[in-house]
Design a protein around this ligand. Sequence first.
Ligand code: G3I
Length: 392
Amino acid sequence: MHTKSLLNRRRALYLGLASFAGAGAVGCGKILSQSQQLQAVYDPKRDFTVTGGASLKERAAAKGLIFGSAARYIDLSSNPEFAASFAKECGMLVPEWELKFGALRPSPKRFDFSQGDGLVEFAQRNNMLFRGHTLVWGQFMPDWFKNTVNGANAEELLINHIKTVAGHYAGKVHSWDVVNEVVDPSHGRADGLAKTPWLEFIGPDYIDLAFRVAREADPKAMLVLNDAGFEYDTREDEGKREARRVYMLKLLERLKSKGTPVQALGIQAHLEGITTGFNPKKLTNFLRDVASLGLKIQITELDVIDQKLPLDINVRDRIVAGVYEDYLSLVLSEPAVIAVLTWGLSDRSTWHSQYNARDDKAAVRPLPLDEQLKRKLAWNAIARAFDKAPKR
Ligand code: G3I
């Protein structure tokens, strides 16, 4: 999972942080210089005051923005309290799993739309927008895929998949992640494209093809290219990290020049708790350059990974909240940014529990609501960013 490999490369920078002496932290190792970096981002007096009682979706809407989150069918259908919190805070729902290839296609010949349909119904019942994720991705494909798909049938299968899925949900989807995670400089290609089965079997034009088929299947949905890793530079990755933004811009320019119906860039924004490599100027310029291509921007999978932050929840929550507010204040200053979605609403259901668990086994806390669905400082931070955002 490329998101994970990105995070691993950064891990080397923060190894010492886990030993930061927060209250009650066990096994304090040698406090490395990184603790000064931690001190730089941890301000016990930072103000996260929020005025009024409006929800996140109401604060976003007041500025012409959309706030939403990812959720799973099992969580919304089996937990009324969670469903109520989700409906209260979110103006848009994106399925974390149910519209992916692996969820929809239990076998080569069968589509199972049952859970996707259940999520569309939940969104409609709660006057919520609905976004699709994702028609084409090179990872987490079902077992039958590798034994069935090859150079001879891949294009037909891709076209049929997109036609069937985007056609099934036509008219119900605000925006589709048509293709997900297409750039990966570590794969060594001159164009920076990730080496996925689709690229291998169809060639680089699979991206243009996917957008054209999706446009035909759903003339209304906003068509989005979704990717990650645009926020940080590190000494080791300077070339690669910089290349992510450069490769993506070049790809978007190529697609626009050939008339590919791409309308927006989705920026996943899986952020790290310590932003030593955060480069505000480069990110601001990148957003501006994307917008100059006539594209909108959606922040599609926002969360803040606290895996390497101190055990002390008060310290951890304040750092996470600071990253949320600083990042959103920056990206929301770009008028082309139209939506912000977190990748999960409550800490009780986050991919980080599995993919970025803490060494001290403490529960991770990357999201706006805690496991009891109580608003955290991260919630305040997002609310404040919307309250300060320029009106669209
Ligand atoms: O529930 C199903 C089960 O019915 C099925 O039989 C089984 C087969 O593998 O899978 C189970 O689903 C799991 C699913 O999450 C729902 O919980 C999958 O195993 C598991 O791989 C899947 O992980 C998701 C991952 O994408 C891969 O799809 C994570 O929840 C999800 O948070 C993560 O999200 C990705 C975005 O799509 C793209 N950007 C990065 C982001 C984080 O990795």
